[in-house]
Design a protein around this ligand. Structure first.
Ligand SMILES: CC(=O)N[C@@H](C)C(=O)N[C@@H](C)C(=O)N[C@@H](C)C(=O)O
Length: 726
């Protein structure tokens, strides 16, 4: 009986997952205007899981739009699969397009090409290797990646790996003396020198440099940024943009010394904004010292430069400031600073929580920009007027979900919208300037949303209660999202408690494949944005470091108990799952509340912060979350290790009775797999049922198509098994 139930649930999960996995996500969008100004084209790039091919398939779509007096979709192109495109960027005039293509030979060695297309054909194709001046061109990695046309459309600006000298063994036969001495001889004995890279998911990115490609000459110039302020500072460069008139480049430079820390999800690494003049090659620092900056953008008239900034080190995601640099004077002004929740809760603007501005983000007024930013458990479109320093929310309160601004140009805005029951779809809007100098948007849906039936969701607000409120920030509110199956059955659905990772991140009302899948399998899911999450004020974020393992655990448990008290769920059918710091919280929850959860699942869990310190790409995280101020010269002492251990779930493993399934990415550099092994061994030593899945070739997210699919079905099977047993 139990076996049949498990088999049926597993087979059902496979079918449900295969159906939902077809929902594509939009990765880029661009508004363009042909010669005929009445015709607008929206080009969008999508990604979709292909389980049969076990890869994410990328494809483009186009919408052809008339906007005589309102926006009307005249035609839609069929999706076109994009094979091997790393970049695809239209020139400012729309007459040219550059594609960076990456082609893998059957021997799997990768070749890259720079392709220049006009509106009829491919004009130029350059084999990057033939340039022999840099390594691989960087993709859109969210940190370094850049590909920008100059206004003149004669040059391209991109980021590539610095060329490495050739190396050879000490025992290699020396070449004849009359050989070509003009070439740099290979370095002997350097073949095995460690090349430090930028951590998790940046394993082939060690030293990015700025490159300017002359299209006519088909040659590239690598900009030497070591002469910053006349110091030999070795820098990694990225996020580069042209200065007005193409006379120079503004870019973000990260110091490579004393050692690199993991960069992904960590926009608080020490760096600065620089300006390099292409004629004199002088390089000057624009931004303040000892800050972390990102996403520089010039106003269309070139008079102002804005960028996002926050403190270095400290919490890994925090409230960002918007800084304006007057280009003529280089004077800096803070337009939007830190915001705090205080007594007002999350309804008040919580500050900017975003990794970047859209590539094009300005209204034609040269003073209002549009971006997406996390606001509680949703992502809204906000406008920021850099003249009046005012912030406004642009989407309606009723449309709770995730709004992503993709492109803004000629007072039109392209965005995608999604929510837990609706995969992302495109909306094109016209910006309407109101009398108070703010904007409203008149939207047109470019597609009919494909809403998934049987899923409803609501956002709950929680206040820390009872003994949980003793901690320092007890007045701060926090949210959760309850996603519930809308079945007619009067059987109370089992509840999955799901704390997010980070810890300084947030789960937002997005379309999430796993959450929709669990819901369609009959589970309700409680997604908890405990204090310390982004989108709820800087004070919320600052409340957590040093209090992990207590405050965050109390908030998740408090939300779960509050929801169960409402009577819609059976308190004997509650399970818990989480990844990374969410796995850390899962371990704490089953250790500190041993009889509350019937089963647990952890993805790449941080189990023992003390033992993680020496092997993670983010050792600073171990200090910061344990409440120890970090700098790169710190060395942990006994007391530091003690603090880290005392805040770790391993401390409570002896009290665990809940069956645990651990899922590991074999090449995870963020939370190394040995963390999961440490917990697995401790559970087995205590005769607790434990199952461990190790996904080869997967890193921290475990998001390769086959692994992600296998993990989902295994999760459903694990929960079914343990909810079926007495
Ligand atoms: C916000 C954030 O992700 N912080 C990084 C330091 C980080 O990678 N933290 C991990 C411990 C973690 O919890 N990562 C989250 C994003 C996950 O779910 O993988």
């Amino acid at each position: 009986m139990e076996t049949d139930k498990i088999e049926e649930a597993t087979s059902n999960a496979v079918d449900i997952y295969k159906g939902l996995a077809c929902s594509p996500s939009v990765t880029r969008g661009e508004i363009s205007f042909g010669d005929n100004t009445s015709l607008t084209t929206v080009t969008s790039i999508w990604s979709q899981r292909d389980i049969e091919r076990s890869e994410n398939v990328k494809f483009s779509r186009s919408h052809y739009i008339s906007q005589e007096n309102h926006i009307e979709v005249l035609a839609r192109s069929a999706p076109t699969e994009l094979k091997s495109e790393v970049w695809n960027v239209q020139s400012p005039s729309g007459k040219l397009r550059v594609i960076i293509r990456s082609v893998k030979s059957d021997k799997q060695d990768e070749k890259q090409y720079i392709e220049i297309w006009n509106t009829q054909n491919k004009e130029k194709n350059i084999d990057v290797k033939s340039l022999d001046i840099h390594g691989k061109i960087y993709d859109q990695d969210g940190h370094f990646g850049t590909l920008q046309w100059s206004k003149s459309e004669k040059f391209l600006l991109y980021v590539a790996e610095k060329k490495q000298p050739k190396t050879e063994s000490f025992f290699e036969k020396k070449p004849e003396s009359n050989s070509d001495s003009s070439k740099d001889p290979p370095l002997r004995g350097e073949e095995h020198v460690f090349r430090e890279m930028w951590g998790e998911q940046f394993v082939d990115k060690c030293h990015p440099v700025l490159c300017v490609f002359d299209i006519e000459a088909a040659t590239t110039r690598v900009l030497d940024t070591t002469k910053v302020l006349n110091t030999e500072m070795d820098m990694s460069a990225g996020q580069a943009i042209w200065t007005p008139g193409d006379s120079g480049v503004v870019f973000v430079g990260w110091t490579n010394e004393p050692f690199k820390l993991g960069l992904i999800y960590c926009p608080q690494r020490r760096n600065a904004l620089y300006h390099i003049d292409l004629e004199s090659t002088t390089c000057t620092q624009l931004s303040e010292k000892d800050k972390s900056v990102r996403s520089p953008r010039f106003t269309p008239d070139g008079k102002k430069l804005v960028y996002l900034q926050n403190a270095t080190y400290g919490p890994h995601m925090t409230c960002a400031n918007l800084i304006e640099c007057d280009w003529a004077s280089k004077n800096l002004t803070t337009i939007v600073g830190d915001c705090f929740q205080g007594e007002d809760g999350i309804s008040k603007f919580p500050g900017i929580y975003s990794l970047e501005f859209p590539t094009r983000c300005w209204a034609t007024d040269n003073k209002t920009l549009f971006m997406s930013s996390t606001w509680g458990s949703k992502v809204d479109i906000i406008s920021i007027n850099i003249e009046t320093k005012t912030v406004a929310k642009l989407n309606e309160d009723a449309e709770v979900g995730v709004w992503t601004v993709l492109d803004v140009t000629r007072d039109m805005i392209l965005a995608s919208y999604a929510n837990p029951s609706t995969p992302p779809y495109l909306r094109l809007g016209v910006l309407n300037l109101k009398e108070d100098a703010t904007y409203s948007i008149t939207w047109t849906q470019l597609d009919t949303p494909s809403r998934i039936s049987g899923i409803k969701y609501k956002i709950n607000t929680h206040t820390p209660t009872g003994e949980k409120a003793k901690d320092h920030f007890s007045n701060l509110k926090y949210e959760s999202i309850l996603v519930t199956p809308t079945s007619e059955s009067n059987v109370k659905p089992p509840l999955v408690v799901y704390p997010h990772g980070g810890p300084h991140s947030a789960i937002v009302c997005d379309f999430m494949l796993y959450i929709a899948g669990l819901c369609k399998c009959g589970y309700a899911v409680l997604l908890v944005n405990y204090r310390g999450s982004t989108g709820a004020g800087k004070d919320s974020i600052d409340s957590l470091p040093g209090n992990v393992g207590t405050q965050d655990v109390n908030d998740v448990q408090g939300a779960a108990e509050e929801i169960i008290k409402d009577g819609n769920f059976d308190k004997n059918r509650v399970v818990v799952m989480g990844g990374s710091h969410g796995g850390f919280l899962t371990g704490h929850l089953i250790g500190q509340h041993p009889k509350f959860y019937r089963a647990a699942v952890m993805r790449n869990p941080a189990i023992n912060v003390a033992s993680m310190l020496g092997s993670t790409d983010i050792p600073d995280w171990c200090f910061v979350e344990a409440g120890i101020e970090y700098n790169q010269s710190i060395l942990a002492g006994v007391e530091d290790y003690k603090k880290m251990w005392e805040r770790s779930p391993i401390k409570y493993v002896k009290d665990v009775t809940t069956p645990v399934m651990i899922m590991l990415g074999a090449i995870d550099l963020r939370v190394p797999p040995k963390q999961g092994h440490e917990y697995y061994r401790a559970l087995k030593a205590n005769n607790v049922e434990a199952r461990m899945l190790v996904y080869e070739g997967n890193c921290h997210p475990i998001n390769k198509v086959d692994a992600e699919a296998d993990a989902f079905v295994n999760i459903v099977k694990w929960f079914t098994k343990h909810l079926s047993s007495p």
